[in-house]
Design a protein around this ligand. Structure first.
Ligand code: CP
Length: 467
């Protein structure tokens, strides 16, 4: 199987079988890193890192050099023509004419998708804001597979900034696909975004149970979790005993504790940010004495700050420096595959992709915008050519998911392009939750951000508008 010319923008761009096959190739790269120099000779990788990076950028660049290719780099928006107001699309087109493959990191969510849409060469997302970081997930899964020999049916605890941690978001989708049971231990106010949870329960068909007693758990000296996500394929006890404490679940032990730092670059330096820092949970020797962590892999994408103490480094359960080191063979394998320099073997009928339901798409000139101010579609330089685009993921309630950053919105007013038949007196708008609104075919749907917007476009309220 040839993965040539594919992009890796989200972890869902790879099937489970492709991930496993990529790992076999990474094993080959790790076993003989000095024998790969012929694979990408004559190829150029553009490394566009518009946010700080040590591991991702350097392991990609070292990987390409080991494959015999060459690297061109831009690491500062201020030193590129983006600073002059150039759009990402124009930059992508140009860089795509200089390089055979692009690796990009950018603070805007959805930036990697835009680069992939315009570059004309394979694009790898090395982190787009708080959205996704799929190659970190590959390193994480590769580490788990090395240590546990399987990726299936594991119990993984996610710790820290679940709201802004892009490594967490890519990882949780992959874990769900491999049938993991996932425990959530967020810092206060840093819970997993609702749109991620919704996607887990609708597209991965798992079950989320929230748990309110975090503080009580801390007092009792138990591992404090605030929610647990159970995939349909993972064996667990809670489904059979719904009222039993989550600690029952924990008795079976945790395979990996995945720690993340507070993503302080995603906040303005306010008093609120100081408060988040104060309440942030810490992993230390004492916590790891818990029975549930006896055989736990302690993981962290790094860099770490205060959330994982240095005293844990010597513990054989600590995996984070291995995770970083595995970055090179994993990324070498990925580059070689996307450049078509290597092939992998996967089952002829690969049914291990994430479910990608055929949601109707909403894309009109007027109407709603993505609610995420950090979304690429909301940036001045990009709004000149990007038309906001959404998947209609639910009609009850009406829910739109931005195709760039995955954030969701619930518009309140809709109309039909069919029913008004061009006659002004028939142009009516309705509350989105009215039964009348739900009858409008997706292709005829017009969505308004507000009543004011509907009226500006000369629509009048129907009797299905709730006051
Ligand atoms: N894990 C990770 O993305 O590290 P860097 O920010 O150093 O690339």
């Amino acid at each position: 199987m040839n993965l040539a010319n594919r992009n890796l923008v989200t972890i869902d761009d790879l099937s489970n079988s492709e991930i496993e096959a990529l790992f076999s190739l990474a094993d080959e790269m790790a076993n003989s890193p000095n024998e790969q120099a012929g694979l990408c000779q004559g190829k150029i990788m553009a490394s566009l890192f518009f946010e700080p990076s040590t591991r991702t950028r350097l392991s990609f660049e070292a990987g390409m050099l080991r494959l015999g290719g060459r690297v061109i780099t831009a690491v500062d928006i201020g030193a590129s023509s983006l600073a002059k107001g150039e759009s990402l699309a124009d930059m992508a087109r140009v860089v795509g004419s200089y390089a055979n493959i692009i690796v990009t990191r950018h603070p805007w969510e959805g930036a990697a998708k835009v680069v992939a849409d315009y570059a004309g060469v394979p694009v790898i997302n090395a982190g787009d804001g708080s959205h996704e970081h799929p190659t970190q997930t590959l390193c994480d899964l590769y580490t788990i597979r090395k240590e546990r020999r399987t990726l299936k049916g594991l119990r993984i605890a996610l710790w820290g900034d679940l709201k802004h941690g892009r490594t967490i978001h890519s990882l949780i989708y992959a874990l769900a696909r491999f049938g993991a049971t996932i425990l959530f231990r967020p810092g206060p106010g840093l819970e997993m975004p609702e749109h991620v949870l919704r996607r887990l329960s609708t597209e991965y068909k798992g079950e989320l149970k929230r748990y309110e007693a975090v503080n009580q758990e801390v007092e009792e000296g138990l591992f404090p979790i605030d929610a647990i996500y159970m995939t349909p394929s993972s064996p667990h006890q809670l489904a059979m005993l719904p009222d039993v404490s989550l600690q029952v679940e924990l008795k079976a032990g945790v395979d990996a504790l995945y720690v993340t730092r507070l993503q302080k670059e995603r906040y303005a330096p306010t008093v609120e940010a100081q408060e988040l820092k104060k309440g942030y949970p810490v992993v230390d020797k004492k916590l790891l004495k818990g029975k549930e962590f006896k055989k736990t892999l302690v993981m962290h994408p790094l860099p770490r700050v205060d959330e994982l103490t240095h005293e844990v480094d010597a513990d054989p359960r600590s995996m984070y420096f291995k995770q970083a080191a595995y970055g090179m063979p994993v990324r070498m394998a990925l580059i070689a595959l996307l450049l078509g320099a290597k092939e992998i073997t996967i089952p002829e009928k690969d049914d291990s992709f994430a479910l990608k339901p055929d949601y109707p798409v909403y894309k009109r000139d007027s109407g709603v915008k993505c609610p995420n101010i950090n979304c690429v579609s909301n940036q001045e330089t990009e709004a000149r050519y990007i038309k906001p685009e959404f998947k209609i993921v639910s009609r009850e309630p009406l829910t739109l998911r931005c195709v760039y950053c995955d954030h969701e919105l619930h518009p309140r007013y809709v109309a039909s392009s069919d029913w008004h038949e061009g006659r002004l007196e028939n142009k009516r708008y309705h509350s989105a939750d009215s039964h009348f609104a739900r009858k409008i075919k997706p292709e005829n749907l017009i969505i308004f951000a507000s009543e004011n917007e509907a009226q500006t476009q000369q629509f009048k309220p129907s009797s299905y508008v709730r006051q």
